[in-house]
Design a protein around this ligand. Structure first.
Ligand SMILES: Cc1cc2nc3c(=O)[nH]c(=O)nc-3n(C[C@H](O)[C@H](O)[C@H](O)COP(=O)(O)OP(=O)(O)OC[C@H]3O[C@@H](n4cnc5c(N)ncnc54)[C@H](O)[C@@H]3O)c2cc1C
Length: 506
């Protein structure tokens, strides 16, 4: 194929997954194009729960404070019982933040606000979404992917090195690749609507008819807006009136209250819940990310979070391979992310079963802080460890001190596109040679870091002379002892951090 490459990566779809991937590529100066078939950004609130692990990702992307400012936290829920009594309780168990896990509280941010913040970040990095452009065909060969896109004026054919289908549950990319999407429809159809309701307190997540699938309805104030999100199961078939009058009638019927009048509907949808997982996440130069690869029921607020983290995993790997790392590195994307999605499908489905019985509980299992990649080719321990943090685990935060005396969080050191290697109680000259893309820090005599509260030592379970390597996406890549440091070199070469023939790294 002789056509010139337009950009390295084509991202199809500008939802949470596509936007996150775009930011990751933009931060690494990888040429890409992101297209979206809709004329304008999506305006619904649906994925409104931002889990603690995603908050860590958003810190690294430089948007966490803006996300918090755009939304808020979940209010307590108020359950209205048949007998007229009300029961107010917290929806979630909220442990206090710790130095190792600074984010513990799930945020409530309407999806359109999260996506707005991500788009603004992308603009800061010099890129924007091409709206009104639909991917209508593509084919791949050894060197690239040729994509046909229908734009506002005409169809264009362009060539890219890689294509990422971040194009949602009905993924055109997945269908074109004929990737199976096995799973099941869960026998639940629900409505979700962003509405204005006059006179209803915004201090509670109001829940009526819990445990009764024919009557259940919840009304959650949407932080950052004057709206509420109405959600509830509906009959499996038939039309549903999602107008203001129709929704008011549903609310009156299920709550028994005539004062809950919907005055405006900003967005509304009726959907069947599915739990499905793509058989493959990669075919040659084409990848699936986000809902294109997995669809979950909304229970537990996992879908958007899993989608953001797919993109966060894929972004640095695509960039590394485009810069010369072995192509096999890209296989670790499916190997790491598909089992996570399988786990999430199980969790969201079991929470749906609990919700059907009127049990709303959200504990640590939905926070995604314990997700890890233990069997990954990118998880190396030398020698093998049986306690402390393990390779493949999420890299904990820790509060330390710089040699200059200022307080430093490990997450500050991780923030950016680089890898981080830290030697615990090592000598000044110890460790591998410096190279681009790797930041090396040391504690110990003449180290640039001081482990004042022994947090590095305890959070990672390190012994003197051990080194911990942290990936750009905040997972522990490797832990090695001083004697085994040479074994780090093949690992570093695999991820594109080898020393060049001139001794200076590429
Ligand atoms: C009621 C409800 C509540 C939810 N609550 C939560 C929650 O609390 N927390 C949570 O984490 N998740 C939640 N989710 C799930 C969450 O909304 C999705 O997981 C998330 O939107 C997935 O993001 P994505 O970028 O993968 O896909 P999408 O957001 O679907 O984006 C895909 C984009 O691709 C575009 N596209 C498709 N085909 C093409 C094409 N051929 N060319 C160009 N563009 C194309 C689409 O127009 C779309 O904009 C909820 C979902 C629902 C329905």
């Amino acid at each position: 194929m002789s056509q010139k490459i337009s950009a390295d990566v084509l991202i199809c779809g500008a939802g949470a997954a596509g936007l996150t991937l775009a930011i990751e590529l933009a931060r690494r100066a990888i040429p890409f194009r992101i297209i979206e078939q809709m004329q304008d950004p999506f305006c619904g609130s649906r994925g409104k729960g931002i889990q603690p692990r995603t908050q860590e990702v958003f810190e690294d992307l430089g948007v966490i404070d803006r996300i918090v400012a755009a939304g808020g936290t979940y209010p307590p829920q108020c359950e209205y019982r048949e007998d007229g009594s009300e029961d107010v309780s917290d929806v979630m168990t909220l442990p206090a933040p710790t130095d190792a896990e600074p984010y513990q509280i799930p945020l409530l941010v309407p999806q359109f606000l999260t996506e707005r913040v991500l788009r603004e970040r992308l603009q800061e990095l010099g890129h924007q979404v091409d709206y009104g452009v639909k991917l209508v065909a593509f084919e791949q060969d050894e060197d690239g992917v040729t994509a046909r896109m229908a734009g506002p004026a005409q169809e264009v054919v362009e060539r890219f090195r890689y294509l990422v289908g971040a194009d949602g549950g009905r993924s055109f990319v997945r269908h074109t690749l004929a990737i199976d999407f096995p799973g099941k429809t869960l026998g639940v159809r629900a409505l979700v609507a962003d509405v204005e309701i006059e006179g209803l307190s915004r201090d509670f997540w109001h829940r009526f008819g819990e445990g009764d699938m024919a009557r259940q309805i919840s009304i959650c104030p949407l932080a950052g807006t004057g709206m509420f999100q109405v959600q509830g199961p509906i009959a499996l078939d038939g039309d549903v009136d999602l107008s203001a009058a129709g929704l008011s009638a549903i609310l009156a019927d299920r709550s028994g209250r005539s004062d809950l009048v919907v005055t405006a509907v900003s967005w509304a949808s009726a959907f069947h819940m599915n739990a499905r997982l793509a058989d493959r996440y990669r075919v040659g130069r084409v990848f699936l990310a986000g809902d294109a690869a997995h669809t979950h029921p909304p229970t537990g607020g996992q879908g958007l979070n899993t989608s953001v983290q797919d993109a966060y995993n894929l972004g640095w790997k695509l960039a590394a391979v485009l810069a010369g790392a072995p192509n096999d590195l890209l296989d670790t994307y499916e190997a790491e992310r598909r089992p996570i999605a399988a786990q999430m499908l199980g969790l969201a489905t079991s929470l749906l079963e609990a919700a059907k019985a009127g049990l709303i509980r959200r504990g640590r299992e939905v926070h995604q802080l314990d997700l890890c990649y233990p069997g990954s080719r990118l998880a190396m321990e030398n020698p093998a460890r049986d306690n402390g943090a393990l390779a493949g685990d999420r890299a904990p935060d820790a509060i330390m001190q710089g040699a200059a005396g200022q307080q430093i969080r490990l997450f500050n050191l991780f923030c950016g596109t680089h890898w981080t290697l830290i030697g615990h109680e090592v000598e000044a000259g110890d460790g591998p040679r410096p190279r681009p893309g790797l930041h090396i820090h040391r504690t110990g005599p003449r180290g640039d870091l001081i482990d004042t509260g022994a947090e590095l030592k305890t959070h990672y379970g390190l012994s003197s002379g051990e080194w911990v390597l942290v990936r750009p996406d905040g997972y522990i890549g490797a832990i090695v002892t001083a004697d085994e440091l040479p074994s780090l070199e093949p690992y570093l070469a695999f991820v594109g951090l080898e020393i060049g023939s001139d001794g200076n790294g590429r």
